[in-house]
Design a protein around this ligand. Sequence first.
Ligand code: SAM
Ligand code: TMP
Ligand code: ZN
Length: 409
Amino acid sequence: MPVTSQCRICDGTVQEFYDFGRQPLSDAFALPEKAGKDEFFFRLATGICTSCTMVQLMAEVPREEMFHEDYPYLSSGSSFMREHFEKLAERFRTTELTSEDPFIVELGCNDGVMLKALAERGIRHLGVEPSGGVADLAAAKGITVRKDFFEAEVAADIRAKQGPADVIFAANTLCHIPYMGSILSGVVNLLAPNGVFVFEDPYLGDIVRRNSFDQIYDEHFFFFTAQSVQKMAELHGLELVDVERLPVHGGEVRYTLALAGARKPSAAVAELIAAEQEQKLTDLSTLEGFGANVTKIRTDLVALLEDLKAKGHRVVGYGATAKSATVLNFCGIGPDLIEFISDTSSTKQGRVTPGSHIPVRPPTEFAARYPDYAVLFAWNHAEEIMAKEQDFRDAGGKWIQYVPDVHVV
Ligand code: SAM
Ligand code: TMP
Ligand code: ZN
């Protein structure tokens, strides 16, 4: 009997294609003395809707379990990402925010990495951010933040108090939100007649191409394609009018939606949809092939780490990413195989990784005594990290990567 669930976009049938087993919350970094006590687990599995083709998780984790006062992800942790968002802010300012008193709303503004540049220029803005700790960091930068989950009622309240928005933006946030009907009806209500809803999220095409299965974890509920986003938009009186491939976080797409009929779709939309159809991206057989590759990565990674341990080599991890939770728990890797994980986030240091309980340490500990090997869990920041860690290479250190396959560089 195939395992199915109900599609969170169109109510159709979601057919499961891969089961990652029992997983913890990917961002639940516990203090060592609390490790293993009251940990939340759920079954992480992915499926595809046989009607609208949206790839999604089979089970939903309650939002308050993931996004709360102690949510540890800090957007400003990567200089590359800071630049990426500064560039986008400038683009918004010069293209969409040109009226006399423009207004931009960002969902999931986190520590303010995108809105900062606009706030500094006096542009009317609002960040909607439910995670209290990161929202406070944004507020400390002079950004106006509302500590709330964005949804239809919140959108209506913003519209009533501050008027329509010229831009609604969300980066690495929309794919986190299962209650899409409420979000999109809120967007339609809040958007100015010629306004745009722009969001960027990991692209299923890149995940399948790179076998980057670690993009699949509790917070990433949807895995968008141009085809599925176009259908999702249509269901809510919106239209997909532009798509742009982005080189960030291992491959994303920036989607632009407008009210239906308000803007002419660019050629890029039809081109990306044609490419997806050509690749058979949303065929069950393609997704099952991806699953077979993932199973092989698990076998190869565990074999490599066990072999290195048997030979007496020191192995640490680099980047205690949310993504690493899937790798570590799916592969059953713990502190016996990886001594600690180096991470720049003060919110994660001194804690242990969810489920696998590997200590997280500051980069100073990495540099104090370089290991023989480092597993690059933050592979999406590889260029930035490898450039700054040249001393590790010079000392004979080697990087272990596991996407698109297990290899040592
Ligand atoms: N935009 C930042 C970036 O790209 O780096 C932050 C991305 S972070 C992975 C996701 C953010 O979405 C978190 O800060 C979380 O608190 C926020 N979030 C989750 N559900 C939300 C909702 N319903 N409305 C607004 N923000 C939400
Ligand atoms: P992300 O892949 O979800 O952006 O998470 C990156 C994680 O890696 C985050 O916890 C910060 C950490 N990190 C480092 O430790 N060093 C670095 O140079 C970078 C870019 C990230
Ligand atoms: Zn569907």
